[in-house]
Ligand binder design. Structure first.
Ligand code: APR
Length: 336
């Protein structure tokens, strides 16, 4: 159990995180920061006064706190509209920013199209971490995932093992779920890794996919696997299209918590995480989804897989996409 976990953003994912951290007893204190709702300067002053007194973070914390007797947990919850709720956090999970949302015609933006707006938010996040919990371990979920982690790293420069993005656990979870469903076996039996950036070019690694230790190709034919892998790459969008109001929020929260638990309980669990690469997989200075051992020091070790030539080429393409978004982030940061 940690002394304190800080949650940056108290929206859909932040809410599930707070609820689950309380339920699982992962920390004695949860601090949640979220500026919402923000007064609209064009509203009448009375309306602005009302909104100033409202707080999603304080409200969600109070709601969960009032349920603690029911689940038998003695935990402190602190919410705030500024970043003070993060004070003393040993681990922070960042979900600040806008999610993808279906447009009225049913189309929706790519994660990369969130960059301009979420980059500004990320600068505030970096300042908040710097001020209130500069030594906290960071797990970031906000999109575009790889470029937001890259930006936090540029601003905060923590040791490379103490900052990581959550994407691979979610993407692999989707891959594993689709395989389990098609093979009609327990999700527990399916092992798989998705590598690369958290975009539509991510790489579900078929050569790493096994059912109870047996290659997946023994269970599913080429056509079925190709369909599953294509669906995995676009699985986030599938949920965005269905929900209409935003993007997936339960599975990303659970995925981040699997990472957090590996760190909190020093499990040395091998999970796909968005980690800073310094030569591994031929990549330097970028955050990319790779398998790594997660333990009390965060990213303890990146593991290099033997990929097939096709998987290698797919990873190179995905990394090129991550680099492009990071270059765009760098250019935008010059103007902010
Ligand atoms: N600091 C802290 N929180 C902020 C800030 C900020 N500067 N700016 C916005 N937020 C808050 C919003 O007020 C909102 O409550 O971040 C929260 C985001 O919550 P949701 O809009 O519900 O989005 P959610 O589904 O939780 O996704 C959050 O994770 O998966 C990604 O693409 C997704 O980038 C998105 C992020």
């Amino acid at each position: 159990m940690l002394k304190k976990i800080g949650l940056i953003g108290g929206g859909y994912i932040g809410g599930v995180l707070a609820q689950e951290i309380a339920q699982r007893g992962l920390a004695r204190e949860i601090g949640m920061t979220d500026p919402a709702p923000m007064p609209n300067p064009s509203d009448p002053p009375e309306r602005q006064e009302v909104v100033k007194k409202q707080s999603v973070a304080i409200g969600k914390c109070l709601d969960i706190a009032e349920g603690l007797p029911t689940i038998g947990r003695d935990i402190k919850l602190v919410g705030s509209k500024d970043y003070s709720a993060l004070a003393g956090a040993e681990l922070v999970i960042n979900t600040a920013g806008v999610p993808r949302k279906a447009r009225p015609d049913g189309t929706f933006p790519s994660r990369e199209e969130l960059l301009a707006i979420n980059l500004k938010v990320t600068l505030e996040v970096a300042k908040g971490i710097q001020q209130y919990c500069p030594n906290a371990m960071i797990i970031s979920i906000a999109n575009p995932l790889d470029a937001i982690v890259y930006t936090l790293d540029k601003r905060l420069a923590p040791p490379k093992n103490r900052i990581m993005g959550m994407a691979g656990v979610l993407d692999s979870g989707r891959y594993r779920y689709f395989v389990a469903e098609a093979a009609n076996v327990s999700v527990d039996n399916v092992n798989a890794i998705v590598l690369g950036g958290h975009g539509d070019d991510m790489v579900p690694v078929r050569s790493s996919c096994q059912i109870a230790g047996i290659p997946v190709t023994k269970f599913l034919d080429e056509e079925t696997l190709a369909k599953i892998e294509a669906r995995t790459r676009k699985a986030g969008g599938e949920v965005v299209g269905l929900l209409g109001f935003g993007s997936a929020f339960v599975s990303p929260a659970w995925a981040a918590l699997e990472m957090a638990e590996a760190v909190i309980f020093d499990k040395r669990k091998i999970l796909p995480v968005c980690a800073k690469l310094e030569g591994e997989y031929g990549v330097r200075g970028l955050f990319v989804g790779v398998p790594a051992i997660l333990g009390k020091n965060g990213v303890e070790k990146v593991i290099e897989l033997d990929l097939t030539p096709e998987e290698k080429a797919a990873l190179e393409k995905s990394v090129a996409g991550v680099k492009k978004t990071c270059d765009e982030a760098e250019a935008m940061l010059q103007t902010l």
